[in-house]
Structure formats: C-alpha cells, structure tokens
Write a protein of this length. Structure first.
Length: 392
C-alpha cells in the first residue's frame, strides 16, 4: 500500500509538470461560430485508494445558451468502466441541468467543492477508500445573482457499497454487492463572502432509512501584508438513523506524499466518523517570497514563502460508547470525541520548476491523554509532506 501511494505521488507530480502550461480545467480544442469544443483535463487521470489510477477522457461542447458534456474512465485496480453525460440550458443568470452517470461516490464525503488537478492542494480525494457504486439520474436548477448562488436538485441513485468493515469489495473478484437505492433532494446556497451551506433530505431503500444531512462551511483568504491568511471552517449534523454513506467521514490523508488543504494530515483514511462534527483549518504565511531566483534557460528557480498552520476537529456519534465507538451497519466506527489538533509548518516555493512551486511541510498529531486514538510512537504522529502550487 505504501509503495502504491508513493507511485501515485510521483505520477501526480509528473502530471502537474506536464499540464502546467494549460490555463485552466478546460482546454479549447476547436472554436466555432455557434459553439466550441473543450477537453476536460480533470478527466484524463485521477487516483483514489479503491481504483488506484483512473484513466479516461472528458469532452465538452458549449455555447452561450447551452452546453453538453460527457466523460468516461477506467480504473486500473477494479477494472470497471465509469462515465456519464450531462446537459445545461442557460437562461440569463439561471441554469436548468440534467445528467446520467455510472460512477463511484466516496462514503461520508463532506466536500462541497469539486477537486481539480489544477489545484493540487484540493486533492484530498486521492485518499478516498470506501466507495459506493452508483447509477445516477440528476436534475436541478441553479441561479446566480450578484455573487450569490442558489441551487435545488433531485437525484435517484441505485447501486451498492464496495466495502465492509475490514476491507474492500471488488466485482472482478466475485464479491457480492448488496443493492440499495437512494432518493434524495438537495438545497444549497453560496454567499460571496465565502459561506456555503447544503441540506440533503431523502430516504435510503430497501431499509427505509431517513436521510437528513446539513453541512455548512466558511472558506476565505485575506492578504494582510506581509501575511496571507487562509481560514476554513466546517460543521455538520445528521440524524441518528442516517446510513453510513451519508454520515461524515473525518478520516485524513496520512501516508500521502502531498500536503492537502481541508483535511486532517495525520489521521488515517476512514479513521474517524461522526454524526455531528466541527473542523477548523487555519494557515498564515508570507504573501510574498523572501527572495527570488530564476534561470530562464533551465526553467528552474526558487521563491520561498514560509507558513505555519493549525488543523483541529471534533466529532460525536449518536449512541456512541464512552470511548467514542459505535457498531453501525456492520462497521466499527470511531468518533474524535476528545478532539484532534495538528500544528503544522512549512515552506512553499523552495523549488520552482516551470509553473509549479514545490516545497515541504510537517504536521504533528496531538490528542489528549486517554483518547483511544492516541499513538505513542513518533512515526505514527508525524507527517512529512511535499507542497505543490501552480504559479499562474
């Protein structure tokens, strides 16, 4: 497993170097009078702990009034084909959209933004492990006005969980996947000052489990010369009867080579789960490099920017035992009931190669004495990582 993660990190680094010349997620292929074709870079390669590498392609055809997009991908380890198609009709500041797809969803995901290879620090999904296989039909409406975004959506998802308490399930290995169907409505709002909230409600069949899930986050950056400040706050709550796939996974990215944002850097994948949780990530660094050097011939240089930060999380499971444990749907779950804190420090831009700034970071895991998830060995509490940031 450690070797696979190292290989994935090297592939991600190579991908960043090769793709750094592109200006965004969508690369124009052909511009016409009525519409244009685009290549979606985020669909070419991706990685998670279930599929390992996923290779694929994504195309988009768009005009002023409407656009349509399709993608396909194939996982190296699970050997399954995924894909989907979607379309949108633009009516001024409003958009009607619909889509169909067969793809995987990370169980308990608490992400409200879409990770992108153009933003390496957002790729904490690299460490997603417990997946659900879903056939999805989605339709919705969103409206933008003066920086505000309002969204209403309905979806039907049919599939099954690709994991059990101690491992993962694979169709190619002949594992049995128990079917389940999720009927769900979603309301979301995004404010121009960085506040986003989402409410999900529905039912999970055939057990008829109610789903009510509320998530709110605040994500903002400031430049207070000579410092740059990043603040991320998140919290959420669900019902006690909520299925595991709609609880909150507070597992982290320990073992990954990269320093990711909005994740616990010393927590193991799927280590923590909660019905109610809070999460904080604060980072303060220099807004400008301490020095700059650049060799145009070899496209290499340096522009170091030191930073310090702090991650912290707390969570609770309805019905948990005094140690924060809960047996639920055949899974042994653990909440961070005593909390977990991660001081961190690093330097971005130690090496600038092309359009990518490379650096280094370190994070330390601190939990109170007596917590069942406290580790004694230094190597289990220390995370050494690489930072990566695109410079354009």
């Amino acid at each position: 497993m450690k070797l696979r993660r190292t290989i994935a990190g090297c592939m991600a680094a190579l991908w960043l170097c090769l793709s750094a010349t592109a200006a965004g997620q969508y690369v124009p292929l052909h511009r016409g009078a009525r519409g244009s074709w685009y290549l979606n870079l985020d669909r070419l390669w991706n990685y998670n702990l279930y599929e390992q590498s996923r290779w694929g392609a994504g195309l988009r055809y768009g005009s002023v009034r409407w656009d349509v997009e399709g993608y396909a991908g194939y996982g190296v380890l699970d050997r399954q084909l995924k894909g989907g198609v979607s379309g949108a009709l633009h009516l001024g500041g409003s958009t009607l959209y619909a889509g169909a797809a067969r793809d995987y969803q990370a169980a308990g995901s608490r992400r409200l933004s879409v990770p992108s290879l153009r933003d390496p620090a957002s790729l904490g999904t690299f460490m997603s492990r417990r997946m659900s296989d879903r056939m999805m039909l989605t339709a919705g409406f969103r409206h933008r006005h003066r920086g505000y975004l309002w969204l209403a959506e309905g979806n039907v998802q049919h599939g099954g969980r690709l994991f059990h308490n101690t491992g993962l399930l694979y169709r190619v290995a002949g594992d049995t996947i128990e079917p389940e169907t999720l009927l769900e409505a979603r309301l979301a709002a995004e404010m121009p000052w960085g506040l986003t909230t989402q409410l999900q409600a529905g039912v999970n069949l055939p057990k008829r489990q109610p789903v009510v899930r509320w998530l709110v986050q605040y994500d903002r950056e400031w430049t207070l010369s000579p410092f740059a400040v990043q603040l991320f706050l998140q919290g959420g709550a669900t019902l006690r009867e909520t299925p595991y796939v709609r609880m909150f996974d507070l597992g982290g990215t320990f073992g990954a080579p990269f320093c990711f944002r909005q994740s616990l850097l010393t927590a193991r994948p799927n280590e923590f789960t909660a019905h109610v949780f809070t999460f904080l990530s604060l980072r303060v660094g220099w807004s400008r490099p301490l020095m700059e050097g650049w060799n145009p011939l070899f496209q290499i240089g340096t522009s170091p920017r030191p930073f310090v930060g702090l991650n912290a999380a707390w969570g609770h499971l309805w019905g948990q035992d005094p140690e924060g444990g809960l047996a639920w749907e055949g899974l042994e779950l653990q909440s961070p009931l005593y909390g977990i804190v991660e001081p961190m420090a690093g330097v971005e831009g130690l090496l600038r190669w092309g359009a990518v700034d490379w650096g280094a970071a370190v994070a330390w895991r601190w939990v109170p004495k007596g917590a069942p998830y406290r580790y004694a060995d230094t190597q289990d509490n220390l995370a050494l990582m690489v930072t990566a940031r695109l410079t354009f």
